[in-house]
Design a binder for this molecule. Sequence first.
Ligand SMILES: C[S@@+](CC[C@H](N)C(=O)[O-])C[C@H]1O[C@@H](n2cnc3c(N)ncnc32)[C@H](O)[C@@H]1O
Length: 390
Amino acid sequence: MSSAVDDFNRAFHSSERVQGYTHDFYKYPARFSPGFVQFMLDSLTEPGDCVLDPFMGGGTTIVEAAVSGRRAIGSDINELAQFVTRVKTTPLSDQDILEIRRWVWDVRDAVAQIDLAAQPLDVPVKNMPTSAYPFFAVATKLANDLRFPRRRQFAKCVLVRVGQWALDARSTTPKTDVISGEFEKRAERMIDGLREFVTAVQAGGIYKNKITSTRKLMPFSASDSGLVKSLKRHDIRPKLVLTSPPYPGVHMLYHRWQVLGRRETPAPYWIADIRDGHSESYYTMGGRSQRGLRNYFECLSGVFNNLRTIIAPDAAVVQLISFSDAEIQLPLYLNAMNEAGFQEANLGAINSRQTRLVPNRKWYTQRRSCNDAGHEVLLIHRPVCQRSAY
Ligand SMILES: C[S@@+](CC[C@H](N)C(=O)[O-])C[C@H]1O[C@@H](n2cnc3c(N)ncnc32)[C@H](O)[C@@H]1O
């Protein structure tokens, strides 16, 4: 029989590929391992409790919360994060799936008609490879003809995922027929993933038509008052904050794909038809300059100071975080949490400040000799004393 510590170690240090349910709908940068999230939810909450992820990214916390029968609140300033998490947790009807399959066939037929040699290409998306553009232009146009937002969004999420597969971090672009073949396979795989997700949530006692109401997805910055006001208005007191804020000093592209080497494209926003327009520092709470880092820790303290007023008095705050320079930044991080009214805690056998090596990650930090950013540190906090906002 394995102990709680063994179970924790297995979940925390897992290097398994992120898969299952809808987790593979998008490879969100720095995403959680689902097993780790599941372990934390099981250990620190009961079914029906509410968990909050104010930096939800690709929504791993939100998906796993639904599967575990917990309510979840997720927020992120990145529209791509909101888009992906919404699609990952929105069930489709049989009729929706039928219409989406028809769209897949229509795309396949329309793409087969494209005369690639005759294309005088004027690609309106910065750095999108010209050879890939016709496929996505045709497929997104046909997706716009689908009825109901949930069908259109699922279809566009398939295209975003195929685009990520075809373009991101690749030095060459696959040919149109290869992209089209992957697209057909991927659409079926995502339909299966969503079915698997819905079945798992239902097994936990939540009806299919209630799934979207067990999670709230918000567009707020964690540092402004919108999130706190909204939680207060709905009288929601999370028992657990499970999150991974942006990493101080680490260059992380939450909003771009890197194509043909290191050229950055906003293609996912164009495919999903969502707003972009911000620079890296917007998505990383300040950027990598000294000034950016100062801003980061001020912002962090403000975020948690606000959150402290709306979480349950005995709530735990569990964070996974990487640093470009842990020796300098970890004390600043702990200090910011302290100023926000939190103290570090151990949860039974699970100790704060444990470190894991992150498999297969590309990192860019200012000090290239420093390998800190290849690790994640687990931080656990509890509120010192509750300053109630209710
Ligand atoms: C490390 S990622 C979270 C990944 C997530 N745990 C997952 O499993 O996909 C950090 C996220 O914080 C978001 N973010 C950055 N600044 C923010 C802010 N001020 N408010 C809310 N979200 C923010 C970024 O857009 C990014 O999605």
